[in-house]
Design a protein around this ligand. Structure first.
Ligand code: BG6
Length: 506
């Protein structure tokens, strides 16, 4: 059964009360941290409230601090968004939670955790999920301890891991080898939360479910592909973490590259996780290492005319080391050396402190050959707007309505907010954690995929660090360095500015 169908089946079974009542225990390792507070507990509450989880699911927080369940919920409160009418249900959810305090390094602490889990299971077959919302420094010891003491005695055990998955090929391989020495690939769920987003998941259906797109999805028809991620805010006190990684590791090497593989891969033999991941790896294997000459790096500086935070540059963040050359913006051009894509540039662009929040995939088609319209045609574009305002729209030429016989740009527009008014799009984490319960790895990153991703970026990352390559300054709230636009133009992306998509009136 395909991953999505499995989730749907689990949801149906749960709703109809036919789900087996074996205990499922969801352990949040690092329950005191930011990720747990902002994402994991709100996700678990959402799933619980919607009745998506197996009936007998218990949530166990684990961290070093002396905490209580009420304390965790209080910290998470702004993100849980519990409505007045949901108070009774929320109380029920809280009662399904436990907290265990313990060290990350001592085996005895994990034996204690195991004893608590066994108390919940009461000798029955039970399944355990460990979410590792932890700093990289304790990752190895925690996983070693889980394997030694906390594996489910009768059911399955799955571990969910979050980036950073290392900093380069070598450190990532060390982590992967460590994980593979403890767990099988089926037990490891590497999260890239972009794979849980509605429009990213839609890519496969759009491509392989439509005869109008499939046949033109290649170098004969497509001139360039641009995948963009923009955020309108800076590091906001998170500079300490960010400075060690930079925007390439934070966003491009994972989120944008994952999207690229879904845009570029061949049709998998089925929707099975392994079939899909096999195709994604093949794309990466056809990509040469990224070269500095195909990259523009930027770092934001304050805008003296801006409001509040906009006045502050990256280097004004007190958590950022003085004189740091870490990029907060990067644009890079990739080529995929295979029969379908040879010569087509894939331009990946991401940055913080830019003019808007937006993530999208823009497929730009060639001009029709043999122009009979005196150069009045603009290139067709198919845009998959990931966020905000999820949409798929196609920019194309039509006859100017009325007496005129000249071409004019217009669009075919599927904006989700207008077309699917009553549908709630779940957060990426809601889908992905549910997939782990269901055992579907379709939307998770496999070990070999990760290794290939690092191969493509590692030489460049080392070069940037060793040579202290200076990023181009760009102003907070702007479009980023103009050098990035120039590079895109050089690589066959045509920006005319003659057309702008506007969100339809909802
Ligand atoms: C995270 C990055 O992976 O993704 C953050 O570490 C970034 O720097 C975030 O802000 C963006 O996620 P989203 O879902 O808000 O687009």
């Amino acid at each position: 059964m395909a991953g999505g169908d499995k989730s749907a089946q689990l949801i149906r079974d749960t709703m109809e009360g036919t789900e087996q009542t074996v205990p499922h225990i969801f352990v949040v390792m690092g329950a005191s941290g930011d990720l747990a507070k902002k994402k994991i507990y709100p996700t678990l509450w959402w799933q619980y409230r919607e009745g998506l989880l197996p009936k007998n699911t218990i949530f166990v927080g684990y961290a070093r601090s002396a905490l209580t369940v009420d304390g965790i919920m209080a910290k998470s409160q702004p993100y849980l968004k519990v409505k007045d009418t949901e108070q009774a249900k929320f109380k029920e959810f809280v009662s399904m939670n436990k907290y265990v305090k313990g060290s990350y390094s001592e085996r005895s602490a994990f034996e204690n955790l195991d004893a608590e889990l066994k108390k919940i299971e009461q000798g029955q077959e039970g399944n355990r999920l460990f979410y590792l919302a932890l700093p990289p420094s304790v990752f190895m010891e925690v996983t070693t301890n889980i394997k030694a003491t906390c594996m489910s005695p009768k059911g399955w055990t799955r571990v969910i891991v979050e980036k950073p998955f290392g900093k380069d090929s070598e450190s990532s391989a060390k982590l992967s080898n460590h994980l593979s020495s403890l767990f099988s690939e089926e037990e490891i769920y590497r999260i890239d939360h972009y794979l849980g987003k509605e429009m990213v998941q839609n890519l496969m259906i759009l491509r392989f479910g439509n005869m109008i797109f499939g046949p033109s999805w290649n170098r004969n028809h497509i001139a360039s592909v641009v995948i963009t991620f923009k955020e309108p805010f800076g590091t906001q006190g998170r500079g300490g973490y960010f400075d060690e990684f930079g925007i390439i590791r934070d966003v491009m090497q994972n989120h944008l590259l994952q999207i690229l593989t879904l845009v570029a891969m061949e049709k998998p033999v089925s929707t099975d996780a392994e079939a899909i991941r096999n195709e994604k790896v093949k794309v990466l294997r056809c990509m040469p290492e990224l070269k500095l000459e195909n990259v523009v790096l930027g770092q934001y500086v304050g805008n003296p005319d801006g409001k509040g935070d906009e006045k502050l540059g990256y280097l004004d963040d007190s958590t950022v080391p003085k004189g740091s050359v870490t990029p907060t913006f990067a644009a890079a051009v990739f080529y995929i050396c295979n029969e379908r894509w040879d010569g087509v540039p894939f331009i990946l662009k991401c940055g913080k402190a830019l003019n808007e929040r937006k993530a999208e995939v823009r497929i730009q088609f060639h001009e029709p050959p043999g122009d009979i319209f005196q150069s009045q045609l603009q290139r067709n574009e198919l845009v998959i707007r990931v966020q905000p305002d999820e949409a798929v729209y196609c920019k194309f030429m039509t006859k100017k309505p009325g007496m005129s016989f000249s071409p004019v740009e217009t669009e075919l527009d599927l904006t989700y907010g207008a077309r699917y008014k009553d549908v709630v799009l779940p957060d990426a984490y809601v889908r992905l954690i549910l997939d782990v319960f269901c055992g579907s790895q379709m939307h998770f990153v496999r070990t070999d995929e990760l290794a290939e991703a690092w191969r493509i970026f590692t030489p460049l990352l080392h070069q940037i660090e060793n040579d202290k390559i200076k990023p181009v300054p760009y102003t907070y709230g702007g479009r980023g360095p103009s050098e990035a636009d120039e590079m895109a133009a050089k690589h066959n992306f045509r920006f005319t500015g003659t057309y702008k998509w506007t969100k339809p009136q909802l």
